[in-house]
Design a protein around this ligand. Sequence first.
Ligand code: MLT
Length: 346
Amino acid sequence: MTTSVASSDRSGRSRLRTPRWALAGVAALAVTNLAACGGQGSEPAAYPEKEITFVVPFAAGGPTDTVTRLIAEPMSEKLGQQIVVKNVVGAGGTVAAGQVADAEADGYEVLVHHIGMSTAPALYPDLPYQPLTDFKTIGLVTDVPMTIVARKDFEPNTLQELVTYVKANTDTVTLANAGVGAASQLCGLLIEQAMGVDLTEVPYDGTGPALTDLVGGQVDFMCDQTTNTAGQIKSGDIKGYAVTTPEPVEALPDLPTTAEAGLPDVEVGVWHGLYVPADTPDEVVGKLTEALQVALADQTVIDKMADLGTTPVAKDQATPDAHTVKLDEQIQLWTPIIEAAGVKGG
Ligand code: MLT
């Protein structure tokens, strides 16, 4: 039985029931023809009998894709089946979530999503799924700090200089993000509110491609996860101003916290979790949770996450109950903030 991580081709959608809404787009590299592996789910006791698809709501190479591929390898080992990573982009992650909410409830389509799961209800009034009722949670994965970063030749050198510069150049400064509903968009919103400005936002299918343009100087600044920016900050290919967590980040010792640097209201961490459709058997959920816990205790995962400025959650957080509590709390936290800002997606 082969155990590894691969990426999927478009046929991956063939097993799905007609989705509630048109898919916005799929970006992937062909490795395995999922259709050839047969459509129907298996008995919970025998799960998994074929490869499993992890659906990532943003472009390949970005922070969510990076976290997914990190845990997928040891989870594949534990489950004894190949895990295929499929990137389904669009509408700040809600296209992918809608696709998985509609998938067969057999554990073969798993959504890997983040804080965006909790901001989507307030951002998208016509959201075709309810995060708390249309999914079963598998467990939390990690809570990634964010960084405020800019192209390396951008004039400001400190966060306070950035505030002054942005206020003086509000009409021309560009702020990149991964669309309404993305973590980078949420953090960008907190920055705009803290600075009292309304900037030109440049949306991408993910912060992977946004970072490429930032390194290339096509956009001015962005707020993004350390799992995407740490390497570029350390190499000097981009400027780092601050981290958005209460405590400094060990992997980025030179960066102050936003509180230390004078923007205390820009505080956010990007928590990630796994989801399956609501009717998925508990036995299947249990096997995925167990495999997740094994992956998060894997020394290679722990070391790689540390390099990227984050850590796996504790074992008691990598559970459906803890995950559901987090999701519920975060929906309650962000909904009034987003409604007060009057931001809407779609
Ligand atoms: C990504 O993987 O591209 C990010 O998670 C996007 C975001 O939420 O900012």
